[in-house]
Design a binder for this molecule. Structure first.
Ligand code: SF4
Length: 177
């Protein structure tokens, strides 16, 4: 395990895998899915499309790195309608990514890494979009999907499951380095 993987492991992620960052593809189809606005944040956050930037720029950025470490928070559900556990796991996944980003900064890797989360930015109770600039442009949480990544595809590249079986939920984020 290298130093970045060790910092990630300390956050408690249940599953991790690494792939070549230069193989990551930002796909326009993912943007098309975002624009359907199932998650109710499309066009409502600086960290989500369309405000977060073009996928071509994201792909260019990703290819500046050598490795992509995928990290997953996994929870077991009581049944397929266990919304409470899904919400708790989603929050935990965000907390872990924020904590990991902080740990990377403190260890001196801030300038040489880039993190993507699962789900929209929740750093502020209400996003300032579009009336005021982002309050924390350096810390805002951009999801893998907002960057144009197909999460299942990245998991496959990293050699880990996207779906961990019936009655489980997995939230994936990644660190590029
Ligand atoms: S940091 Fe705050 S203002 Fe910026 S994208 Fe996140 S929620 Fe919005």
């Amino acid at each position: 395990m290298n130093a970045i993987e060790e910092l990630a492991a300390k956050q408690g992620f249940e599953c991790m895998g690494t792939c070549d960052a230069k193989k990551l593809v930002a796909r326009p189809e993912v943007r098309a899915m975002c624009s359907v606005d199932k998650c109710r944040v499309y066009g409502r956050s600086w960290a989500c499309p369309p405000a977060c930037g073009d996928i071509e720029d994201f792909e260019r950025l990703m290819h500046e790195f050598d490795h992509c470490l995928v990290v997953q928070t996994i929870a077991e559900l009581e049944d397929e309608f266990d919304i409470e556990t899904m919400g708790e796991a989603s929050e935990l996944a965000k907390e872990r990514m924020i904590s990991l980003t902080q740990a990377l900064d403190e260890a001196g890797y801030g300038a040489t890494t880039k993190t993507f989360t699962a789900g929209t930015c929740t750093l502020c109770s209400t996003c300032s979009y579009p009336d005021e600039p982002c309050r924390f442009p350096d810390k805002q949480l951009v999801s893998m999907e907002a960057a144009g990544l197909v999460v299942s595809e990245v998991c496959t590249l990293a050699g880990i499951p996207y779906n961990h079986g019936p009655l489980t939920i997995a939230y994936s984020g990644c660190v590029l380095y």
